[in-house]
Design a protein around this ligand. Structure first.
Ligand code: XMP
Length: 587
């Protein structure tokens, strides 16, 4: 459902993890921006005022790397290249890109060399976020260097006469402290865009459109208790009335403590009349029995969702012509499934249910939020008077506790690896836009500085994560990985620990200071206490990047004391890894 005139800015997706973040930040500035594949022909982009080429995992010299139509660089549109986008611009216009062997991930200080409209209003040197391996070594003819960092001499460049500019760092992530200012300078200062976007004004037209699309048919939803499906559901409820909107919630048995009851209450409060809980815990746990590999776990969970949804579809007669499917799809989802698919697969997404596929193919689907980003969805939710406490609840992943309950098939010892201990546990990470699955380094204390980032940069072939020990029941060399899978016992242990963490962080107000707070169970311990807990409080804007948040010592002490008293828990660790190079979840 789209009722927006042509965008002023198009972000060309070269496969970067942060591509959407760029478009979202520009919308936050009040200008509608869309995302298109990097190789979209220049002829389709002629009326854009500005184009932004995103970052990506490729190297410009590889045959199948992401490309742009070179004509965009001689069109009337202003062009900003970001990260890989800068390298592509240099490569296309006759500059030179050097293949790097060692990546630069993390914070850097930007020294400006030449004044430029892109940096208007910035004070002195500023902090930027880098995530790259290759870099531009010489600028193309007609270009000049605008700024550098200690390890990257061409951190920004621009054409002397034409509106072609680029940066090696990521202005779209929060860790680039003046990034929004830089994007705003591009959008308004360089391009001269006008404000044309405010999600709140769009509720009336959205309801109107829902009534048109639905006609005399009813709408059914699989609701997850997440913000997107709840807001989409509420929009339909308002547009069509409670008698015409049906909500089904699948209880997978992988939810947090009290979650199903919470969702039930919320939907009653929103005015739902038809809300059904489909019990499926037994099926999910049976299918996951004995499985350790993170990708396999995700795959099985996807398949189980398919099976349960098929069952619901057939028993509820939802496939006959009187129903259409409502979905909480938001803008980034539409691009990932139907669009460019250039981004390295960081993780597998849920399979498509055949019945649902058929509904989509025959157009019997309604996705009222398909042109909005998460923050915009929250704004719409607030306008619909959905309780703020719900809209600002921490996001919780669809596969639930299954991706926070790590599994191991074999026993292996903890090994000494300077300056800490190498844990025989591997977790998922993202390094230079690609997925990694590497070991964890444990430090005996929580350092005060950015030591974790330095260590991962130095030891990136071995590790993608660093944790600090908070408290242990035994000496660390005594610990080993233990055989553990997704058993009811381990899930109950994790649920218990998660509930303790949530209770204490809510009561202390810490919950509101972080964006998400995964509690992870890892199979590491001793015979009597085979598991440990990792605390992972992070700050983020939308999960694409994340920064570790340190909790007050007193709270941490209370939390770890209580967690160590949970049956079967041997140790408490604190994840010190930003994203990248770690992911938020451990899988
Ligand atoms: P990662 O671990 O990739 O997570 O850094 C980024 C954000 O996405 C959430 N997440 C998911 N959300 N279904 C979801 O609805 C999923 O399969 C899924 N996997 C990860 C994660 O909790 C974090 O907020």
């Amino acid at each position: 459902m789209k009722n927006q005139s042509a965008p002023q800015i198009t972000v060309l997706d070269a496969g970067g993890q942060y591509c959407h973040l760029i478009a979202r930040k520009i919308r936050d500035l009040g200008v509608y921006a869309e995302v298109r594949p990097s190789d979209t022909p220049a002829s389709e982009l002629r009326d854009r005022i500005g184009l932004i080429i995103s970052g990506g995992p490729d190297s410009v010299y590889e045959n199948d790397s992401a490309r742009i139509d070179p004509d965009i660089l001689s069109s009337a549109s202003a062009v900003l290249g970001i990260c890989y986008g800068q390298q592509l611009m240099a490569y296309n216009l006759g500059g030179h890109v050097r293949k790097g062997d060692k990546g630069e991930y993390g914070l850097a200080v930007l020294h400006r060399i030449k004044p430029h409209a892109l940096f208007d209003g910035l004070n002195g040197d500023s902090q930027v976020w880098m995530n790259h391996r290759d870099q531009v070594e010489s600028v193309p003819p007609g270009f000049e260097i605008l700024a550098g960092t200690e390890t990257c001499s061409i951190a920004a460049m621009a054409h002397r006469e034409r509106p072609l500019l680029s940066v090696q760092f990521h202005p779209e992530v929060v860790h680039t402290t003046e990034g929004l200012r830089i994007l705003s300078n591009f959008v308004f200062g360089v391009c001269g865009c006008k404000k044309d976007w405010n999600p709140k004004d769009r509720i009336g037209p959205l309801e109107e459109e829902i009534r048109t699309v639905a006609g005399d048919r009813n709408v059914f939803f699989f609701v997850s208790g997440g913000v997107d499906s709840t807001v989409a559901y509420t929009l339909c409820l308002r547009a069509l009335g409670a008698d015409r909107v049906y909500g089904i919630y699948v209880d997978t048995g992988l939810m947090r403590d009290g979650e199903t009851a919470y969702v039930h209450r919320l939907f009653e409060q929103l005015g739902a009349k038809a809300f059904h809980v489909e019990e499926a815990e037994g099926e999910f746990l049976a299918a996951l029995e004995g499985v350790c590999d993170p990708e396999k776990k995700r795959h099985i969970i996807g398949e189980q969702f398919v099976a349960v949804q098929e069952r619901v579809l057939s028993t509820g007669h939802f496939l006959d012509g009187r129903w259409i499917l409502g979905q909480g799809t938001i803008y980034p989802d539409t691009i990932e499934s139907g669009g460019t698919a250039r981004a390295d697969v960081i993780k597998t997404h849920h399979n498509r249910v055949a019945g649902i596929q058929k509904l989509i193919e025959t157009g019997r689907i309604i996705e009222p939020l398909a042109s909005f980003y998460k923050d915009e969805v929250r704004e719409i939710g607030a306008e619909l008077e959905i309780p703020s406490e719900f809209l600002h609840r921490h996001p919780f992943p669809g596969p639930g506790l299954a991706i926070r309950c790590l599994c191991a098939e074999t026993e292996a010892p903890v090994k000494r690896l300077d300056p800490g201990w190498l844990l025989p546990i591997r977790s998922v990470g993202v390094q230079g836009d690609s997925r990694s699955y590497r070991s964890v380094l444990a430090l005996e204390k929580l350092p005060d500085d950015e030591l974790a980032t330095t260590l991962v940069n130095r030891m990136w072939e071995t590790i993608n994560r660093v944790v600090g020990v908070v408290s242990l029941r035994t000496a660390i060399p005594e610990m080993r990985s233990t055989r553990g899978t997704l058993t009811p016992e381990r899930l109950a242990r994790l649920r218990h620990a998660d509930a303790i963490v949530r209770r204490l962080s809510e009561a202390s107000g810490f919950e509101r200071e972080v964006w998400q707070f995964p509690v992870v169970l890892i199979p590491l311990g001793i015979d009597q206490a085979p598991d440990s807990i990792v605390l992972r409080p992070i700050h983020s804007v939308d999960g694409m990047t994340a920064q570790v948040v340190r909790m007050p010592d007193e709270l941490l002490r209370r939390m770890s004391d209580e967690l160590l008293s949970v049956d079967g828990i041997c140790g408490i660790f604190y994840d010190l890894t930003h994203k990248p190079p770690g992911t938020i979840e451990w899988e």
